[in-house]
Design a protein around this ligand. Structure first.
Ligand SMILES: [Zn+2]
Length: 132
């Protein structure tokens, strides 16, 4: 039986909630609230710029992880790969520059390149290939 208050639907495979109330599961709630915080943060970065960035937040950490996995990227490419609005991305990048985590460069064609300041943070994925 579904644990949601007042719901009498039976659940399958011993699950605590029926499909209508799956969002009441603590694990699901946690994910939903993380995603919602992320959305709210990106929205305020869009309006207020880098001041609204939480450097320890999901998006900032994802950006750093992305750079450590894939190396330096132009802002255009980062915006595409991380599916962030260019204006929002700009806020995150400038917050991370202030933190000293990333540095900016420029390509011959005038695009801004973002790279990790400490290149030793770049993960060496070539060692992983040996396991394949
Ligand atoms: Zn239910």
């Amino acid at each position: 039986m579904c644990r949601s208050h007042g719901c009498d639907q039976t659940t399958r495979e011993g699950k605590p909630f029926c499909p209508d109330h799956v969002e009441e599961h603590p694990y699901v709630r946690e994910i939903l609230s993380t995603l919602q915080r992320r959305e709210e943060e990106e929205e305020s970065v869009r309006c207020r710029g880098s001041r609204a960035v939480d450097p320890g937040g999901l998006t900032a950490r994802e950006l750093v992880l992305h750079l450590s996995l894939h190396g330096a990227r132009t802002v255009e490419r980062l915006s595409r790969e991380l599916q962030l609005d260019p204006k929002v991305l700009e806020g995150y990048v400038s917050a991370l520059v202030t933190q000293g985590l990333v540095s900016l460069g420029r390509t011959n064609r005038g695009s801004t390149v973002v790279r990790l300041t400490d290149e030793s943070q770049v993960l060496d994925l070539s060692s992983l290939d040996e396991c394949a």
